[in-house]
Ligand binder design. Structure first.
Ligand code: SAM
Length: 227
């Protein structure tokens, strides 16, 4: 049922977690987590009423409505403190939207949340910055190639003191950099090539943007150091 991408997201969820899957669309993730007995309760939050009512019908059909609450709403507004949600999953959106959804969450909605599992389609460094600036530590990461796209998954836990990361760690992921999987090396080899091409093109442009070239050269240095 699940794509490789959502399967990798589901593996990050702790046993018996109380999960809110925000932007759940078809609610595949909560259904899988309940069916394989990882968890016992989830909220499937969705801002669009079409997917929301379709997944409600499916969940009723499969007799899962006691375990999965499908709720229509914007971001974490679907969560109340009484739900005792401890894990929020946000998958399949851009990093800007993920950070925006998290920034707009109230203290009440986040009161029991100690784990975030985030899968940005792009803009991973933004997401890492948000986490560190908001009292989370990155505890696990995964990277996989699925249907010609590289996906990163970031799991974070609330901590009393979150430690800063280096620029290279924000870019490539502190745990992914240590692990250096084959998919990681492939991704960054490809990125390195595109950064090098971009620098060459920028140097031949009519108006030379030295700031941009410098930034790109910095990225090249980080990536070359790690590969
Ligand atoms: N999470 C699923 C996955 O990873 O396959 C679905 C990803 S889908 C590309 C993004 C979903 O997020 C859409 O169904 C969209 O309606 C929903 N969405 C976008 N902004 C949202 C928000 N502010 N609150 C809740 N859902 C939102």
């Amino acid at each position: 049922l699940l794509s490789n991408r959502l399967q990798a997201v589901s593996k990050m969820v702790d046993t018996n977690a109380r999960v809110a899957d925000i932007g759940s669309d078809h609610a595949y993730l909560p259904v899988e987590l309940i069916e394989n007995n990882t968890i016992d309760y989830a909220i499937a939050g969705e801002v669009a009423s079409g997917p929301m009512s379709r997944s409600k019908e499916d969940i009723d059909k499969f007799g899962l409505s006691k375990k999965i609450d499908v709720r229509l709403g914007d971001g974490l507004a679907v969560i109340e403190a009484a739900d005792k949600i401890d894990t929020v999953v946000i998958a399949g959106m851009g990093g800007i939207l993920i950070c925006d959804i998290l920034t707009r969450a109230t203290e009440n909605q986040l009161s029991n949340v100690n784990t975030l599992i985030l899968q940005p389609n792009i803009g991973e460094p933004l997401v890492r910055h948000w986490l560190i600036e908001n009292g989370f530590a990155i505890v696990d990461e995964d990277l996989l190639e699925d249907e010609h796209h590289d996906y990163e998954i970031i799991k974070a836990q609330k901590v009393t003191n979150s430690s800063e990361l280096s620029e290279a760690q924000y870019l490539m992921g502190p745990i992914l950099m240590k692990r250096k999987s084959a998919d990681f090396i492939n991704k960054w080899q490809r990125k390195l090539n595109s950064y090098q091409k971009a620098v060459a093109n920028m140097k031949h442009a009519k108006e030379i943007d030295t700031k941009k070239i410098h930034k790109m050269q910095q990225y090249i240095k980080y990536v070359e150091e790690i590969l």
